[in-house]
Design a binder for this molecule. Structure first.
Ligand SMILES: Nc1ncnc2c1ncn2[C@@H]1O[C@H](COP(=O)(O)OP(=O)(O)OP(=O)(O)O)[C@@H](O)[C@H]1O
Ligand SMILES: [Mg+2]
Length: 231
């Protein structure tokens, strides 16, 4: 029996602003197995991005437990956690977040730089990942020389560079037209499947949500099982 990749129990998170406290997550549970994909939908402001940032260990939480491969994140020091994060998870963002001054290949290689100085095998791996996302010929192009869909392909290649256990994708198709978004979604699901990588997908797109193993809806600070007949 392999343990869950990510385990969240009774997670609570609120934000204080002045007198007011905004309760965003009010007891959230999630258990994600190796290679499993799950989608999260929910209204704007329901806490999806907050949840993803907490999962990534980038944001703290008030109560509950979060485990990566069975190991709790509570009380962990920043630097070792950042190193572990670079190996454990990859992130794909709505606005791509590529480094504008360096080419596509070096952007993919950035993931490796978080861990160590890249060697020749790492460069080969980065080139292979670009090839995998259909950009084998575009490694020398700067982000400004790529279309939105191509930028996101680089984002997917970068996220998978370190063979992470899980990919967190926060509205990865949110800045793309419908057809390009569908292509990126298919690609993301395919490469995750090939590498046995679990996927947490935040999306407003019901079709994309349906293409994952499990669908969740974040509502009033809790997850509800989603899917079924709501169109
Ligand atoms: N650092 C912060 N300080 C105060 N409030 C915050 C902070 N970050 C998020 N919030 C609030 O928490 C709530 C959830 O925000 P979050 O970004 O997680 O929503 P979301 O579900 O990702 O929305 P969207 O679909 O628009 O991306 C919002 O009301 C937001 O204003
Ligand atoms: Mg968001």
């Amino acid at each position: 029996m392999s343990e869950p990749v990510v385990e969240v129990r009774g997670l609570r998170k609120s934000f204080r602003s002045g007198e007011k406290t905004l309760e965003v997550l009010c007891g959230v549970d999630l258990c994600l197995d190796a290679g499993e994909s799950v989608s999260i939908r929910g209204e704007s402001g329901s806490g999806k991005t907050t949840f993803v940032h907490i999962l990534a260990g980038l944001e703290g939480f008030d109560a509950g437990d979060l485990r990566w491969r069975g190991r709790s994140l509570a009380g962990r020091r920043r630097a070792p956690l950042a190193r572990e994060r670079a190996v454990f998870l990859g992130m794909v963002f709505q606005s791509f977040y590529l480094v504008p001054e360096i080419n596509a290949l070096d952007n993919v290689l950035m993931a490796r730089r978080m861990i160590r100085r890249p060697d020749r095998a790492d460069r080969e791996r980065a080139a292979e990942m670009l090839d995998r996302v259909g950009l084998g010929e575009r490694g020398h192009h700067l982000p400004s020389q790529l279309s939105g869909g191509e930028k996101q392909r680089v984002g997917v290649a970068r996220a998978l560079m370190n063979r992470p256990s899980v990919i967190l994708a926060d509205e990865p198709t949110g800045n793309l037209d419908e057809i390009t978004g569908n292509v990126i979604m298919d690609l993301l699901l395919k490469v995750c499947r090939e590498q046995g990588t679990a996927l947490v997908l935040v999306t407003h797109n019901k079709t994309h949500a349906r293409s994952t193993d499990r669908e969740l809806l974040l509502k009033l600070g809790k997850f509800e099982a989603a899917g079924g007949g709501d169109g």
